[in-house]
Every structure is written in C-alpha cells, then in structure tokens.
Design a protein around this ligand. Structure first.
Ligand SMILES: Cc1cc2nc3c(=O)[nH]c(=O)nc-3n(C[C@H](O)[C@H](O)[C@H](O)COP(=O)(O)O)c2cc1C
Length: 202
C-alpha cells in the first residue's frame, strides 16, 4: 500500500514537471495565430507603389515586386484619367495641363499605402512630358518617409528618367535615403531588375 502511494506520488511529480515545462514554453513563445502567420508571410520589407494608366508601368511594377519579393500598391487618382485626358496632341487636355503646372496636385483615391510598415519604397510611374505625373507628387507629399530607402523606376515612350528622382526627393517629407532611379521597359526581366536593385543594396 505504502509502495503504491510512493509510485503514485512519483508519477504525479514527473507528469507535473513535464506538463508545467510545456506550458511555460508555450507562454514564453506562443505559436502565432493563423492571422499572424498570414500577415507575416505577406508582409515584405519592400513596397512597390505604382501608377499606370495604359498598363506599361503596371507590368514593370509587377515584375519588380516578383523579383524582390515585395508587396505592391496601386496609386489611383480620385478621378481616373480618360483617354481624352491623356491626349498629349491637344494642349488643353487634363494630363498636359497638369504637367505644365508644377503646383498641380490631383487628388488620390485613397491614402492606404501603409508606408510605415516598410524599409524600402519603390515608386513606379510613367514619364509624362519628361517628368513624373503630378499624381506622383501628390503621393510623395501625402506620406512621411523618414528613415526609408526610396527610389523611382519608370517607363516611357523613349525619354529617359530625366530629373524625376531629384524632383521627387525635393518633395519628400522626412529624412529619407533617396537613391537615383532608373528607366526600365514593361518587358524588363526579373533578373535585370534584381541585378540593378542589388547594386543599390536593395
Ligand atoms: C500625357 C502623356 C505624356 C507623355 N509624355 C512622354 C514623354 O515626355 N516622353 C516619353 O518618352 N513618353 C511620354 N509618354 C508616354 C508614356 O510615358 C509611356 O507610354 C508609358 O509607358 C505609359 O505608362 P503606363 O502604360 O503605365 O501609363 C507620355 C504619355 C502621356 C499619356
């Protein structure tokens, strides 16, 4: 009887210690919930924010996001551009009027880019009249980029990137680490893009 009692006490002690050890570990380092796992897996440290009307820059932004494992965000104007708005043969149309006025700031459809969550922000845009579209100026002025790596990539009908990086840098709020951007094409490959960004340390 006495032996049975000792055996029972020993078993209780052993299982008690193992059980408590397991519970302690779980409390110190709880398993992530399904929601946390999902957020962590989709949350990159790089964001590609793009504006595109006819799809060229969108293609470049998507290849860039794939090449760098980045998240992607579309910069959308509150009032979408119509094909007439983009007619650069008519100087009275919307895009041309905006580009001639460097104070023009077309409104954004939203301000949900969550810039604070990223270490690096890549802004992708077309070249309009040799410059970044004014909606890109609105985007840059709408967020604080303190401490971020930031650059711009673009597509065009033949012009180079021009002074767009410098212009955007001047509009940036907070002390950001700007890097000279680059013109690509909608067909630029993942490996070309990856190589260029690794040269920037991204
Ligand atoms: C209003 C307007 C102005 C443009 N100005 C230029 C320009 O100065 N130089 C150039 O090479 N391409 C110019 N383009 C062509 C675009 O940069 C080019 O088609 C770009 O790839 C379009 O990008 P998206 O398809 O992402 O909108 C202009 C296009 C528009 C609509």
């Amino acid at each position: 009887m006495r032996k049975m009692g000792i055996l029972l006490l020993t078993m209780l002690f052993v299982f008690g210690v193992v059980g408590c050890g397991g519970a302690g570990k779980a409390e110190e380092n709880p398993a992530p919930s399904k929601e946390e796992q999902k957020a962590n897996s989709s949350q990159s440290k790089i964001l590609v924010a793009y504006f595109s009307v006819t799809g060229h820059t969108k293609a470049l932004a998507e290849t860039t996001a794939k090449a760098l494992g980045a998240d992607i965000y579309e910069i959308r104007p509150e009032k979408p551009y119509t094909s007439n708005d983009l007619n650069y043969n008519d100087e009275t149309t919307r895009a041309t009027v905006e580009q001639k006025n460097n104070q023009a700031r077309p409104a954004l459809a939203d301000k949900n880019a969550n810039i604070g969550a990223y270490e690096t922000v890549i802004i992708a845009h077309p070249i309009w009249w040799g410059q970044e579209p004014r909606i890109i100026d609105t985007f840059v002025e709408s967020y604080v980029f303190t401490g971020k790596n930031i650059t711009n990539i673009c597509t065009s009908g033949g012009s180079d990137i021009g002074t767009t990086t410098e212009s955007l840098q001047k509009l940036t709020k907070g002390k950001a680490n700007w890097k000279q951007g680059k013109l690509f094409t909608p067909q630029s490959s993942e490996s070309e893009i990856k190589t260029w960004f690794s040269g920037l340390g991204i």
